[in-house]
Write a protein that binds this ligand. Structure first.
Ligand SMILES: Nc1ncnc2c1ncn2[C@@H]1O[C@H](COP(=O)(O)OP(=O)(O)OP(=O)(O)O)[C@@H](O)[C@H]1O
Ligand SMILES: [Mg+2]
Length: 273
């Protein structure tokens, strides 16, 4: 049931604009982005390739500052945001010379937690993340799904109230992907973090989210904000329900329109639609 008292969003973006400086002048990437996420909400962002999704997460994380606009955390302006959110970037960025265990504790080590304490904390979650018995393996010997789970465990261990996940299942085959989605639903049910999640997969966005933001082709603006009023707990079997299909159609038609625009503008298909 929705809380009737006005809630202060965990994260709010107001009028965010971001231009990349290039040698041909500023390249507008984000324009007039208004977005908010309440505590414990799961929000997905979808939009054509190259539209500015990863840039938006970089701005929220504090790796880039917006050209204009405001970002607040818990209702307070947040000009310094580095270290306040857990961030899983688009590439898993595992260090090849560190074992899986020592890769997962990287964020904790950077925060100054002793290696032994950090390892104990990580090991307690290895089972849940399907990584048991790979503690001392090196990243090169893992499957793509395991690498992503290791990168995700590292993000979860940084233990922030907000998690930014940039296509965490992007490189997975359909079967692994669907089991990872179910696994993430259960994990989120128990952790109750606020999650901003980038995906190209509409089924994934509908299945996981409370709300989906569809972005336009670059410069990214908000094209559509769609509440996902499916009951929770969610399970994979819902993808064939009438409600699910109705929501999927709405999102797909918005995406198709933008993909066409991106194709016309850039000469390539963003989603291959
Ligand atoms: N350092 C940079 N300098 C200049 N332009 C950049 C830089 N990084 C990214 N861009 C441009 O900004 C735009 C947005 O990039 P971004 O990586 O945010 O897109 P995206 O939506 O995440 O794409 P994808 O779905 O392929 O991951 C792209 O046109 C890209 O070329
Ligand atoms: Mg990206």
């Amino acid at each position: 049931m929705k809380n009737l008292v006005a809630t202060i969003p965990k994260i709010a973006l107001k009028g965010i604009r971001f231009d990349f400086p290039t040698n041909k002048g500023p390249l507008p990437v984000l324009e007039s982005i208004d977005l908010s996420a309440n505590e414990g909400e799961f929000i997905s962002l979808i939009g054509p390739s190259g539209c500015g999704k990863s840039t938006l997460l970089n701005v929220i994380a504090g790796l880039q500052d917006p050209t204009s606009g405001y970002i607040s955390f818990d209702g307070q302006p947040a000009p310094r945001r580095l270290g306040r959110v857990a961030y899983m970037p688009q590439k898993d960025l595992l260090m090849p010379w560190r074992t899986v265990l020592d890769n997962t504790i990287l964020g904790l080590e950077i925060q100054g937690v002793s290696r032994q304490v950090a390892r104990d904390r990580a090991l307690a979650l290895f089972d849940l993340f399907g990584l048991r018995s790979f503690e001392n393996a090196y990243p090169a010997t893992l499957s793509g799904g395991m690498r992503q789970r290791a990168a995700f465990l590292r993000t979860v261990l940084t233990d922030r109230e907000v998690m930014l996940l940039d296509e965490p299942f992007g490189a997975l085959d359909a079967l692994t992907r669907s089991s990872m989605q179910e696994w993430l639903i259960h994990l989120w049910d128990s952790l109750r973090k606020t999650i901003l999640f980038i995906t190209h997969d509409v089924d994934e966005a509908v299945l996981l989210s409370d709300r989906v933001y569809v972005l336009t082709a670059r410069p990214a603006r908000i094209k559509l904000v769609q509440e996902i009023d499916l009951p929770r707990p969610r399970e994979y079997g819902m993808v064939t329900s009438d409600r699910f299909v109705r929501l999927k159609k709405l999102l797909l038609s918005a995406i198709r329109e933008e993909a066409r625009r991106a194709t016309e503008d850039d000469g390539f298909g963003a989603w291959g639609l």
